[in-house]
Design a binder for this molecule. Sequence first.
Ligand code: SF4
Length: 308
Amino acid sequence: MGKDDVRARGGVRYRELETRSHVNRCSSPRMPFGFTSNPFRGCAMACRYCYAAYTHEFMGITTPEAFHSLVYVKTGGWEQTARQMASVVRQGETIALGTATDPYQPGEAQAKVTRRFLELAAQYRGLSLGITTKGALVLRDVDVLQRIARRSELSVHVSLISPHADLLRELEPWAPPPEVRLDVMRRLTEAGIEVWHNLAPVLPGLTDRESDLDDLLARVAATGVRRVMHNVLFLRSPTKEKYLRWLAQAYPRFLPAYERAYAGRVYLSGRYRDHVREMVGRLRRKHGLDGHSYDEPKAPAEQMALWS
Ligand code: SF4
């Protein structure tokens, strides 16, 4: 890739960004990992509910539109990355790859920065690495993933929130359709990689119907995947405003309930979370799946229960 505006694809511009290291400490006590790695800043998948857009306000990326249309490809920093990876192994910590961007978004086909990170990870023994993605491009790296899995703990978390391709085209316009992601789960599992189904976020009113989740988990189970992690929608500014504007156009009947439920808070909790946890747990057992919900923050006692 060149230095600037290296590629235009689907209206997305890519630029290079020098980084000191591809491994960063994660200070959030809510997260089950100590370190993160994000090969890109920005994400071309352009999910309506993207939880990551706000994390880049410090860079002047203040709107979800900017986060999804200008993607920085991180370059350099490999010596420091190697030193930090060795330190992570010594500490027995976990690196989560793809917490604030999708490491297999379309730009990775050319950038190969995720691939380079994995090639480095494959040189270590005893690393703990989790990868979260919606991208089918992960199949390109099966060889290196197998090498990592032989020497370290590795899991790939494939995100899929609905079995309905039409709905996902609205919600996640540049992510592959459900059948493709189910095929990714199947092929990674067949390759001996530990795969989790990432059922997050569950969107109130849109993807939380029991019959849909039943269908989805049945299809996931048929791929050979055995573990599911779920979470309910996290919604904060500036994504919140963008999501609600879209909802007002596409599903106006849900707007008043969302506005009330997320007024002054970023997480739903209370009875709605309990309801989703109970339902997903029951469906998991039905389909022979293991798993759990993400760690949940304490919620205000007055949390409304409109969605229950
Ligand atoms: S794949 Fe993840 S980081 Fe990328 S737009 Fe969607 S939610 Fe945001």
